[in-house]
Each structure stands twice: as C-alpha cells, then as structure tokens.
Design a protein around this ligand. Structure first.
Ligand SMILES: [Zn+2]
Ligand SMILES: [Zn+2]
Length: 365
C-alpha cells in the first residue's frame, strides 16, 4: 500500500521482462509442438484420388489415334499455308492481267490476240490449283473429324473419372481441414482454460510473472495457432458463428466488469469515511487528485482552491484534514503528517475522539 521505492520499480521491471521471456519461450515450444504433430503435416493430394490404372489403360487405347491426328494436324497447317500462298499468287496475276489488257485495249483493240489467250489460260491453271488444294484440305479435315469421333468415348470417360476424383479430393480436403482445426482446438482450449483459471486466482500472488506469461502464451496460441485455422471450406457460417460467440462472451465479460465496478463503488460509498480512506491506496489517491478526480467515485472535483476543497461534492469523501497536533492542513491520504510526523491513525482517533461526530465538524484550533 506504500508508494514504490526505486529498487522496487527496478524489480517490477525485471518481473515484466521475466513475464515476456516466459511467454516467448512457451510460444516457441507450443508452435514447434503443433508443427510436429504428424496428423497435421500430411495434406491430401489430388492424385491420391485418381484411378491411375484405368486412366492409363484408356490413354493407351487412344494413343495411336492421337498420334495419327497429330500428323494430320501438321499436314493441315502445311496445306493451309499452301492455299494462302496460291490465293495471293492468283490475286497478283489477275491484277497484272487486268492492267495489261486495259493498256492494250486502248491501243490495239484485239481481244482474240494469242498473247491475251495465253495469259487467260495461265490464270485458269492457277484457279485449278487452288481448287486442288482446297480439296486436299477438305479431305484432311474429314479424316481429323473421324479420328476425333473415334476417341471421344475414351476421352469423356477420362474426364468423368477426373471430375469424380476431384470431388473426392475436395471432400477429403474439407475433412482434413476440420480435423486439423479440432486437433489444434484440443491443444489450445485446455491451455486457455488453465491460463484463465490461474489468472483469476493467482494474478496478484507473488508468482504473477508466470501467471501473466502463461496467459500471454495462451492468448497467442488462441489467436495465432487456432483462429487462422478455422475451417473455411465448410462455408463462412462456422467462421462467423465462432466470431459471434467470441464477441458475445467478450461483451458479457465487459457487462460483468461494469457491474462489479458499480457494486464495488457502492460498497465503498456505504463504508465509513475512515474505512473508505484506508481502502484507497496512497499512490492511487495521489494520482487521482493530480488529475483533479475524486479517488473514490472517480468523478471530476469542483474547481476550488486547495484550502477550500475538503470533500468530494458527489460522494462526500473526505479529501483534506487539519493535523490535530500541528494544525497543518494536508490531504487525508498521507500516512504521516508531513510537518509533525503524527501517524494518520492517531490523527483520526484524535479527530473522532474529540468531536464524536463525522469529520464534517473537525475541531477548530
Ligand atoms: Zn467522490
Ligand atoms: Zn501535524
């Protein structure tokens, strides 16, 4: 209940360092332990669910046809290139012929000229060649379509097998995810329960650095080893459901804290001035008064000069007194009078013994 002395502050700092180190090492141990659990390390693979023998057999069946199709495809692309070249060549020859004939007709007007006939025949030959190429192209395309039709049943079978395998794989992955979460839950939940129970009972004992360190470890395990592994493939309702549950529990804890705070304040108000003064720690009282707050009801004090301000205007807590021995006016929370050294308890006994009334009627000098 005394203000902290220098070495005490250092020791307290050291205790916090112990707390953090303890939590850090526990977190490392916990993380390595979970990482080494054999059930968590093996994830299902898509290939595990494929009937590879059947697929292999089907692929063997269609392989020769596929090879032939491949050859036809390369022929097709060669013929297509040939056709394109022929098209361009014909278009060029035709333009050149038209130009030549136009120039000739203005000078000689002789369409039955053998030179004209020769060039027209050349154009016809080119057209004929285009037709031939077109025909070869058609026949290749027909062959390819025939092969494609021939291997269609096997290909459909293969893709059906793959779809089924994928469905089985997805189901297995969901279960693996759920199982991993449950295993983590089995590990984290007891740790968290133990930490909270210890915290409730022993957080103010002299073992507090370990209690706090263990709690930090449990919270870390909960938020980093459990929450990120909430199963997601079962739909978001599990994730959000657990979120809603945690928010509810947190909210209830807050309401509980508010209620117990109100009850504590009520009990404080019902106690006598002397009991109230003793319940408030000296340090706490000095901090509250420094913030110009009542140390008991924690409301703002009226802005009055320190010589006048003797009571909290909300809860009536006695804030200042006059030393019965030396008459120095000082705060009621000093354990000893700063001027004459009278102990606070003696001073209170004198005050109540003299007056026999509440300290509102302090004895006047
Ligand atoms: Zn007050
Ligand atoms: Zn005094």
């Amino acid at each position: 209940m005394n203000p902290q002395r220098g070495p005490e502050r250092l020791i307290r700092l050291g205790q916090w360092v112990v707390t953090l180190l303890f939590a850090y090492f526990l977190i490392q141990v916990g993380a390595s332990l979970i990482a080494d659990l054999p059930l968590l390390s093996r994830q299902p693979q898509p290939d595990d669910f494929l009937d590879r023998a059947v697929i292999e057999r089907l692929q063997q069946e269609i392989r020769p046809t596929e090879a032939r199709m491949e050859r036809i495809r390369s022929q097709l692309s060669a013929v297509q290139a040939e056709l394109q070249a022929a098209d361009q060549s014909y278009a060029r020859a035709r333009t050149s012929f038209e130009n030549w004939r136009a120039a000739r007709s203005t000078t000689e007007q002789a369409d039955q000229n053998p030179a004209v006939l020769q060039r027209a025949a050349e154009l016809d030959r080119q057209l004929k060649r285009q037709d031939d190429i077109q025909e070869r192209l058609g026949s290749l395309q027909q062959q390819e379509a025939g092969f494609r039709l021939a291997i269609q049943p096997q290909q459909e079978q293969i893709s059906e097998l793959r779809t089924q395998a994928d469905q089985r794989y997805q189901r297995a992955r969901q279960w693996a995810e759920l199982r991993a979460f449950l295993i983590r839950l089995l590990f984290v939940l007891p740790v968290l329960a133990l930490a909270l129970w210890q915290f409730r009972l022993y957080r103010t004992s002299d073992q507090w650095p370990f209690v706090w360190g263990f709690l930090l470890f449990a919270l870390f395990a909960f938020f980093f080893e459990l929450v990120p592994y909430l199963p997601s493939s079962f739909g978001s309702y599990i994730r959000y459901g657990i979120g809603a549950l945690l928010t509810y529990l947190g909210g209830r804890a807050l309401i509980q804290a508010l209620r117990s705070y109100a009850a504590r304040k009520q009990a404080e108000l019902e106690a006598s001035q002397e009991e109230r003064r003793l319940q408030i720690r000296y340090e706490q009282a000095m901090q509250a008064l420094g913030r110009h707050q009542c140390p008991s009801c924690e409301r703002a004090l009226p802005k009055l000069a320190p010589e006048v301000l003797s009571y909290c205007s909300y809860c009536g807590l006695n804030l200042a007194m006059e030393c019965p021995r030396c008459k120095l006016r000082h705060t009621t929370f000093f354990p000893y009078c700063p001027s004459c050294g009278l102990e606070a308890e003696q001073a209170a006994a004198v005050a109540t013994g003299n007056a026999g009334t509440p300290p509102l009627d302090l004895p006047t000098p």
